[in-house]
Write a protein that binds this ligand. Sequence first.
Ligand code: RNT
Ligand code: ZN
Length: 421
Amino acid sequence: MASTSTIEKAYEIARERYAELGVDADRALERLARVSISLHCWQGDDVGGFERPGGELGGGLAVTGSYPGKARTPDELRRDAETALAQVPGRHRFNLHAIYAETGGARVERDELGPEHFRRWIDWARERGLGLDFNPTFFAHPRAADGFTLSHADEGTRRFWIRHGAACRRIGAAMGKALGTPCIANVWIPDGSKDAPADRRAPRERLAAALDEVFREPLDPKHVLDAVEPKLFGIGSESYVVGSHELYLGYAVRRGKLLCLDSGHFHPTESIADKVSAVLLWLDALLLHVSRGVRWDSDHVVVLSDETRAIAQEVVRGGYLDRVHIGLDFFDASVNRVAAWVVGLRATLQALLLALLEPAELLRRREVEGDLTARLALQEEAKALPACAVWDYACLKGGVPVGAAWLEAVQRYEREVLAGR
Ligand code: RNT
Ligand code: ZN
């Protein structure tokens, strides 16, 4: 591993190089340090949760792989998450699903969940200085087995899921209140059909009405912020998804909700990067689920891809860092799950740092002048600027491993903790 003085020297040289292009690397680092990424709990146990061990996941969500060491209890999951968070600079958040409730062995139905079932999560988050985000779980349940929840034709089933959604907002509000930072409560439902439906209209009308009921109770936005997450298609809902992009975009605009854009939820060549500045014309804020679509799967581990970089660029270039909440969403059971978390976290932070280090003024000026040749050439030159030296310095300053040293820490954790499970 590079010594402290080497890292500092490399940073000094990089800083000068960036300054020549009008970029203040110190400021980029200062801004990066204030970004909180919401780490999704479900990478830690293959979206298992603690409600009914061994239950069907459903909802078109599929986790493949059988890497050993999966978290089996809330304490194991917390310890794994702490290990992952210790490998990245900054203060972050943790994103829970309703199925991660701790009910002390009692069977508590989803529509009866309350803040008391998340007490230990809240205490843990407070002790660690983490914010919490939350999601009602509209899958992995007998009442979701036919693929419909909030848009279900059966009123009793629909009401059950409405009560679940409403209960989860209250849990989110309790989390936000206890931790002093608003909890984002994000609604994603699997509703849709494998083959061409005869009626696309009725389920969408039922969903819109059900959402209004879920959100009926006025709750303080200082404690909880509501978000809705569209999807183009899923496994088993290839022909029709009730909660499509248009449905939720319209809903979010009309009802003043956050829209959640998941990078794996669109056509394979359609990028959510382009959507950021379009939807933020009409919405106060956005939630991002940073993920990586590969062919039919929407949830591969996030890496520093052109897509991840483009998303970060759009957030930074638009000056939207304060209006865009960034969360991760992927699940891979074929590699060490803690390492998967770290790879996704580090890639997302690196993408943001690269965006913050972009000679944005220079590029914009060339564009305004109509010098598109220079814009292209400078964009290319910017790609190979010494950002690595700045990232290493951010890790050094943040007191976390520099470079691949984090892998050794995670491998040690695997030998000492995960291997015993
Ligand atoms: C599913 C959505 C959703 C889930 C999580 C588990 O396609 O992306 O966000 O991944 O709620
Ligand atoms: Zn998502």
